[in-house]
Design a protein around this ligand. Structure first.
Ligand code: SF4
Length: 355
């Protein structure tokens, strides 16, 4: 496997998890996590978070945590701007993977209408409409274990969307190094590949691939020069420790993912997780806040599950540091708030789409 110059010959797991050298000597520790006063010099993002530090953030009183996260957010971003992406399922259902949350898995019977890979022109028409409605990024998801037949068609979609002046993101499953390079060559900006949960809880959710497989693809994506969109899901029956471990894994990657989608599980009938307990909204907001603190320069995306959130809950997520979301009535297969509802919410909160 090739590596970037900075990463040298370090084994992949170590590279993905390795902390940056900047903080080896403890210049920034718990005091930075809790006690930094706004107005002090800006901290560099860290890559060496310990699980104790992350769990200590989860243990903070809610108001203290949100104040801390909002303070970090304001140092790195305009807190009233939200990046807008549009997501389209370009191949729906019949996926050989067994992700327990997903209606597209061929392992579960959810009544989902399956669809073959869309034609290039169909996708480009959707991308044009997304651009007109204010999206700056067009994301495509295919229910594949990894790209096979149809990959060249996806490359043509990417070329066409780039020509429209939109950023592009694709989620196509596991990649080889060569496929990652071809995606880069076609003009892809971001590759989405979520780690979903902690490495320890991963096999409770997915058995057809490993956490390590995900890290492998993320390495290929970075090596190809693509930006990374990588996050997870809250509410799959995991413990707070798993949320902390998931965020620690993301934050201790050699480079933070540029986009960090935090999804709230949609409990879809027919999937094994349909009966899992509902997540306390404050626990979800805490996860957003801690993602913001750990990865201060990343866009933290409020992703799946917004349909079930009140406006007040979404407002708290934005205050806690979420600054990206999907617009449009559909995500891959699940419903999302209507563009009108989002426009009203933005108006009430004084939010603006990011350019
Ligand atoms: S989440 Fe993706 S990989 Fe998993 S079953 Fe659904 S479409 Fe397949």
């Amino acid at each position: 496997m090739t590596t970037t110059g900075l990463q040298g010959e370090m084994p992949r797991e170590q590279r993905a998890r390795r902390g940056g050298d900047r903080h080896k000597h403890g210049r920034i520790g718990l005091s930075a996590a809790f006690g930094r006063t706004p107005g002090e010099p800006e901290d560099e993002p860290r890559h060496d978070w310990t699980i104790d530090e992350v769990e200590a953030l989860f243990a903070l009183p809610f108001n203290d945590l949100l104040f801390r996260a909002a303070s970090v957010h304001r140092r790195f971003f305009d807190p009233n701007r939200v990046q807008i992406s549009r997501l389209l399922s370009i191949k729906t259902g019949k996926c050989p993977e067994d992700c327990k949350y997903c209606p597209q898995s061929a392992h579960y019977n959810t009544g989902l209408v399956r669809e073959d890979l869309l034609e290039v022109e169909t996708v480009l028409a959707a991308a044009r409409a997304a651009k007109e409605s204010g999206a700056s990024r067009f994301c495509m998801g295919a229910a594949w274990r990894g790209p096979g037949k149809g990959f060249d068609q996806v490359l043509r979609m990417i070329e066409g969307i780039k020509a429209l002046g939109l950023e592009t993101c694709a989620s196509l499953g596991l990649l080889s190094a060569g496929q990652a390079r071809k995606l880069k060559g076609a003009g892809l900006d971001y590759y989405n590949h979520n780690i979903d949960t902690s490495s320890e809880y991963y096999e409770e959710i997915i058995t057809t691939r490993s956490f390590e497989d995900r890290l492998q693809t993320l390495d290929y994506v970075r090596e190809a020069g693509l930006k990374v969109c990588c996050g997870g899901i809250v509410g799959m029956g995991e413990k707070e420790h798993d949320r902390a471990r998931m965020l620690q894994s993301l934050a201790n990657m050699f480079e933070h993912p540029e986009s960090v989608p935090i999804n709230l599980l949609i409990r879809i009938p027919g999937t094994p997780l349909e009966g899992v307990d509902e997540t306390d909204p404050f626990d979800f907001i805490r996860t957003i806040a801690i993602a913001r603190i750990l990865m201060p320069r990343s866009h933290v995306r409020l992703s799946a599950g917004r349909q079930a959130m009140s406006d007040e809950m979404q407002a708290l997520c934005f205050f806690a540091g979420a600054n990206s979301m999907f617009c449009g009535e559909r995500l891959l297969t699940a419903s999302n708030p209507s563009p009108d509802a989002d426009r009203r919410l933005f108006g009430r909160l004084g939010l603006q789409p990011e350019d």
